[in-house]
Write a new protein. Sequence first.
Length: 90
Amino acid sequence: MAFTDVETRQVHEAINTDPTGDDLCKLGLLYSTGQGGVIDYVEAHKWFNLAALMGSEPAKHYRKEVSSEMGSEDIAAAQRAAREWLSTRH
């Protein structure tokens, strides 16, 4: 799935307001495919994990795929980053 510049900007703006699971899943896709400028599996896993927590079924699938490309230390880092992000939302 390719994102336009407008969609990319909207997704980044959404995380600062009231993001949906779909918004967070899109952000994961941006990082996992490099459409955000760089491939970053730790960031992708973080956003897929958060999206999955919000009920996004596709995010669960993508998180599993990304996990297969990561080591346990990177997965742990992504999980920590997700918890940190959640702690700033409340």
